[in-house]
Design a protein around this ligand. Structure first.
Ligand code: DGY
Length: 380
């Protein structure tokens, strides 16, 4: 069956932009149309391969907005460049699907969408933490199967988290937001591992501690561990918030899983391949008291053999950022990345991305991840 035709918005626009999936909200489209863009949107829900995207780029294309499920490597950036394209934005904060060297070699800046996924992703990490700790997946399946025959003292006993130790790997925006949610509301002591110390997180938890003291609640603390190993050994719950790159691929492997407490909880809302998924399946099989909550998978959409059958694992389909506001805001930022590059605006230097979500966005490019490689940072 032939693929349905791409939808065209603002056909009279003089700059041609391709968008490989329909995006939530309207503002991104309005911004692009106002910037004199003709927007061509792929209507389908299947992942586009490189050849299909090359065909969509065609002979003339000024910019593109792509998905984290696509492989934006040399082939696509060279095709885009040959078509006169000068702007690309990923519709994601993560960009492990993009070959930044290849993009930089063609001189094409790569945009991403930071700052608008923080709370949504941290909230999903919280949701998975409690779903894993309190066995929500298992209990719901039990209920739906009509197996609930009355209250019992030992039905689905789980783990309480208040007063326990939370380990956060990667204390950037999302990791810090999650740590604060768990410290202030759930009284967890925080240990974190990151390449650099995060004094802001430490001060925020200290402020949480003062707040909790006013309510006569137990104290909370926050400190950095020198190694991932030290964190894994002491944490009752570990949540991963790193980027995926060569250094973090299989950061949590069989050896490190074995360092964790046998009844610990592992949460991953970052990228699947940070965890060796086959090793995790093996570990969960051998330690029924161990629990995991996963939003991301090593070979999405597939899951490792045996994972989906494990009762001690809660799995959801990469939806951590899936709130209407976040997904629409990501679309706005991706559009403004492309518009800003095409208009020759400077790179945004502000601490916070929110002004771009207001009615009259700054005349700047929100976020370019290969700005340094393009020599943009020295020139500003
Ligand atoms: C991202 O943006 O990197 C998330 O994984 C999807 O929103």
């Amino acid at each position: 069956m032939d693929a349905p035709p791409w939808r065209i918005h603002n056909p009279e626009g003089s700059l041609r932009i391709i968008v490989t999936k329909a995006l939530p909200g309207r503002r991104w489209l309005e911004c692009l149309a106002r910037a004199d863009c003709r927007i061509e949107i792929c209507p389908g829900r299947t992942v586009l391969d490189t050849a299909t995207i090359q065909q969509a780029i065609g002979r003339r294309c000024d910019g593109a907005i792509g998905q984290l499920t696509e492989s934006w490597g040399a082939a696509l950036f060279e095709t885009l460049k040959a078509a006169g394209g000068t702007a690309y934005s990923n519709y994601a904060v993560g960009y492990n699907n993009v070959d930044l060297d290849a993009a930089s070699r063609t001189g094409i800046p790569v945009g991403n969408t930071p700052g608008v996924l923080t709370e949504a992703t941290a909230e999903m990490a919280v949701a998975l933490t409690f779903a894993a700790a309190r066995r929500l997946g298992e209990a719901e399946r039990f209920m739906r199967a009509g197996r609930f025959s009355g209250w019992l003292p030992d039905l689905f006993l789980g783990t309480g988290l208040s007063g326990k130790t939370l380990g956060v790997i990667g204390a950037g925006r999302i990791g810090s937001a999650y740590a604060c949610m768990m410290a202030v509301a759930h009284g967890m002591a925080v240990v974190y591992h990151d390449i650099t110390p995060n004094p802001d997180l430490e001060s925020a938890v200290a402020a949480c501690d003062r707040f909790r003291a006013c309510l006569h609640q137990s104290a909370v603390t926050c400190r950095r561990t020198e190694s991932v190993e030290a964190l894994l050994e002491i944490a009752d719950c570990v949540s991963i918030h790193t980027v995926l790159d060569a250094a973090t691929h299989h950061l949590i492997d069989g050896r490190r899983l074995a360092l964790m407490k046998p009844d610990a909880i592992l949460i991953n809302t970052s990228r699947g391949a940070v965890v060796d998924e086959a090793a995790l399946v093996d570990h969960c099989r051998r330690h029924p008291e161990f629990r995991a909550g996963l939003d991301v998978f090593e070979n999405e959409p597939a899951t490792a053999p045996g994972l989906a059958e494990l009762d001690n694992v809660v799995i959801v389909p990469h939806i951590a950022s899936a709130t209407r506001w976040t997904r629409a805001s990501m679309a706005t930022l991706a559009a403004l990345n492309v518009i800003g590059v095409l208009a020759g605006y400077p790179l945004w230097q502000g601490p916070d991305i929110r002004p771009f979500l207001e009615n009259d966005p700054p005349r700047a490019i929100p976020s370019i991840v290969n700005a340094a490689a393009l020599g943009w940072l020295n020139s500003t």
